[in-house]
Design a protein around this ligand. Structure first.
Ligand code: Z5A
Length: 209
């Protein structure tokens, strides 16, 4: 059985991850593959419980280290109980956020050294890195304006502009360091153009070019 491909979709909030994942999944399915769509933090019942702790607003402060470790605790459930079993069964996996989010938010945003994050990542998921990471990119102002039209911000969304600026910069640095895995797509363009780029990426991966 050929192992499925693992694709993650990353970016600051409001860049269009949810919007474009739909197209991505339809394109892979049209090429004849089964797809598991998942998201982080979340993806399994326990991981969802951890998500609630992480994103709900409460009076108790969440220390940065606790935030990082909880992100990886949730990831451990998702990797072991959902992602790896699916890949081994030949199913493709599309994950809305993965370890690059921890690098960008807890590393770039909060200032936790990337070596610490990468060492925890090695422990939690070894070499189970995505085959392809699509980094949807737009200036913070655009992402915030698009996201701002929705519901009450969660605990992390309450952060200030300069936090998200550091997150975005960290993402772009990851992309520059790992061009073989991470592809940056400019989502300031009309949705049709963004979707065409995503379709072309999927076609390259399915060999349907
Ligand atoms: N987090 C972390 O800190 N560390 C970690 O390790 C992990 C996560 C895994 C999870 O949030 C939070 O956890 C997140 C990071 C942190 N916190 N923040 N901030 P999430 O992933 O569940 O939610 P989100 O990142 O905040 O996603 P989002 O706000 O739902 O954004 P999105 O999915 O990228 O955007 P969207 O809903 O697809 O699009 C937003 C709007 O823009 C929508 O109305 C679209 O129709 C519109 N849109 C999208 N693209 C376009 C274009 N091209 N043109 C015009 N309009 C567009």
């Amino acid at each position: 059985m050929e192992r499925g491909k693992f694709i993650s979709v990353e970016g600051i909030e409001g860049v269009g991850k949810s919007t474009n994942i739909e197209v991505l999944v339809r394109r892979i399915e049209a090429a004849g593959y089964e797809v598991l769509t998942t998201h982080e933090p979340g993806g399994t019942p326990y991981a969802k419980d951890i998500r609630d702790i992480l994103l709900n607003r409460s009076d108790e402060p969440v220390p940065e280290i606790a935030e990082l470790l909880l992100m990886f605790a949730a990831r451990s459930f998702n990797v072991n109980n959902a992602i790896v079993p699916a890949l081994e069964a030949g199913t493709w996996v599309v994950c809305d956020r993965f370890t690059d989010s921890s690098r960008a938010y807890q590393g770039g945003g909060r200032g936790i050294p990337l070596e610490i994050i990468d060492s925890i990542a090695g422990w939690v998921h070894g070499d189970a890195w995505p085959d392809l990471t699509i980094l949807l990119d737009a200036p913070v102002e655009i992402g915030m304006a698009r996201a701002g039209t929705r519901s009450e911000p969660d605990r992390i969304e309450q952060e200030r502009h300069d936090f998200f600026q550091r997150v975005r910069e960290c993402y772009l640095q990851i992309a520059a360091r790992e061009p073989g895995r991470v592809v940056v797509i400019d989502t300031t363009r009309p949705l049709g153009e963004v979707r065409a780029d995503i379709a072309a990426l999927v076609d390259r991966l399915t060999g349907n070019v």
